[in-house]
Design a protein around this ligand. Structure first.
Ligand SMILES: C[S@@+](CC[C@H](N)C(=O)[O-])C[C@H]1O[C@@H](n2cnc3c(N)ncnc32)[C@H](O)[C@@H]1O
Length: 224
């Protein structure tokens, strides 16, 4: 991890989600039965997604939202159902294809543009909101903060993101990573200091979710 550039890390994450963990991630984010810990992680992630959605307007007609690291697209589709125009982007072409396939029959899916690529690509343009649900948790602290800063500069209302809080317990409870397949180059989750984030950014709201191996904390930052 030490010494890895943002690009190195991004390449590892892409390989991990596009190949090593693709099937497990597809199952976790579906309605297929899962047992024990996975069911608790799924419930924790549902709680987190609902928290983030509760911080967005109920009517998003005319608003542009970036689902940054969209995975299989659940949050993107909820925002589109509220009327938002959504760009849903992920490094993993396979997850993006699955997201588009899951959206296929939904009328509001027409408001979602699914793309494979980097959420920090300036060519994506400007948004009212950007949401990073569990998508910057694998980056070194400096890279994660740079990503948040870049997204704030590109949004007019707020950036919502989650991070793995650095807690005493976290050493043994490293969130979703525990239940997903490990590969030779699986990216570890990098815990962040809540205090350091609060020193750097004006935090409007915050909420922590703890469910079995899923520990994640959401923050809402008003745009610059
Ligand atoms: C833990 S998954 C979460 C997916 C989705 N946000 C959710 O909550 O279901 C993290 C996702 O972030 C994506 N990701 C990480 N870094 C990214 C980047 N720089 N640009 C686009 N996607 C990225 C990964 O490919 C992965 O699909």
């Amino acid at each position: 991890m030490l010494g890895l550039t943002y690009q190195d890390r991004r390449a590892e994450i892409e390989t991990y989600f596009d190949q090593t963990a693709m099937a497990a991630w597809a199952k976790l984010t579906s309605a297929a039965p899962v047992s024990g810990i996975r069911a608790k992680v799924r419930a924790g992630r549902d709680e987190m997604r609902n928290t983030l959605l509760s911080w967005l307007p109920a009517d998003m007609t005319g608003l542009r939202l970036l689902d940054a690291g969209c995975g299989t697209g659940a949050l993107a589709l909820e925002a589109a159902a509220r009327g938002a125009t959504v760009t849903a982007i992920d490094l993993s072409p396979q997850l993006v294809a699955l997201a588009a396939e899951r959206a296929r029959h939904l009328p509001h899916a027409a408001r979602v543009t699914f793309r494979a690529g980097d959420m920090l690509d300036p060519e994506l343009g400007a948004f009212d909101y950007a949401v990073c649900m569990d998508s910057i948790i694998h980056y070194a602290a400096a890279d994660a903060r740079n990503a948040i800063t870049a997204l704030r500069a590109r949004t007019s209302r707020a950036v919502l993101f989650t991070f793995a809080p650095r807690t005493i317990l976290l050493g043994s409870l490293l969130t979703v990573g525990k239940i997903l397949p490990r590969g030779d180059r699986s990216p570890m989750i990098v815990p962040q200091s809540e205090r350091a984030l609060r020193r750097l950014f004006p935090v409007a709201r915050s909420h922590r979710v703890k469910a079995a191996f899923y520990t994640s904390q959401a923050m809402e930052l008003p745009s610059c």
